[in-house]
Ligand binder design. Structure first.
Ligand SMILES: O=C(CO)[C@@H](O)[C@H](O)COP(=O)(O)O
Ligand SMILES: [Fe+2]
Length: 249
């Protein structure tokens, strides 16, 4: 049996002028985690917010009682220098720091000493570094990245270097409200077959229309932004997403 359903509304589609209330409301509507999209305008062509905003919204949502429990801040870090910001986001209240494999491998900025050291940090070392700061680590892959890059990380016998979650992007990262890419499902299927107990997250275009495809492939962590925050009845959408995943377990 695969891990239980985790529904993580993406606050990218929330009202940024009332973010604290939007976050506590969505938790009250049945969300398990909050999916917090951090974009730097460099790794992706859009900018959202940084650690000070995460600190503010943290005060509106109770910390999880156990690792990856209700209230987890699932920070999807779409930035070019993922290592540089680990401590800031940990201090801000992030529980799960999910960086992009592509950013860790191809860090481009080399202007500063920090950036230089970031370039030399492998995904494995970055996972360990995140764990050392007391957070769980996730690794995300963009649509054009082969799923096999994750096998090397997940098959590692050194647990400190193994990610706690894999995120298969089902849109090109950068914006909410895009169309779900069903052709990403073979990646999810391959991961679920190889790692029955892994938390596998899908992100982008998830809704009542696309959830069965993702759940059937084996995803259990469901990010939904526009489908939840744009709904008349967000609690009902969250419940339906959960039901679809639970039905496939
Ligand atoms: O990371 C991203 C986009 O880069 C996502 O988390 C989106 O914010 C999901 O939004 P919807 O596709 O569900 O509207
Ligand atoms: Fe995201």
């Amino acid at each position: 049996m695969s891990p239980s359903a985790i529904i993580a509304p993406s606050i990218l589609s929330a009202d940024f002028g009332a973010l604290g209330k939007e976050c506590s409301d969505t938790m009250g509507q049945g969300a398990d985690w909050l999916h917090v999209d951090i974009m730097d305008g460099h790794f992706v062509p859009n900018i959202t917010f940084g650690a000070p905003v995460v600190t503010k919204i943290r005060s509106h949502v109770a910390r999880p009682k156990e690792a990856l429990g209700k209230g987890t801040f699932d920070c999807h870090v779409m930035i070019s220098e993922p290592k540089k910001w680990v401590k800031d986001f940990q201090n801000a209240g992030c529980d799960l720091y999910c960086f992009h494999y592509e950013a860790a491998v191809h860090s481009t900025a080399a202007e500063t000493p920090e950036a230089h050291s970031d370039q030399k940090t492998s995904p494995k070392e970055l996972i360990k570094y995140i764990h050392d700061q007391g957070m769980r680590a996730g690794v995300a892959i963009k649509p054009k990245t082969d799923v096999s890059v994750l096998y090397d990380l997940l098959d590692n016998s050194n647990k400190d270097e193994v990610p706690d979650m894999a995120l298969v992007m089902t849109v090109e990262p950068g914006f909410g409200g895009q169309k779900f890419m069903p052709d990403m499902m073979p990646k999810v299927e391959a991961l679920r077959k190889r790692y029955p107990n892994l938390n596998i997250e899908v992100d982008g275009g998830l809704s009542e229309k696309t959830i069965d495809t993702a759940a059937n492939a084996g995803a259990n962590v469901i990010v939904a932004g526009s489908a939840v925050f744009g709904a008349q009845d967000p609690a009902d959408v969250i419940a339906k997403l959960r039901e679809a995943v639970e039905k496939q377990r």
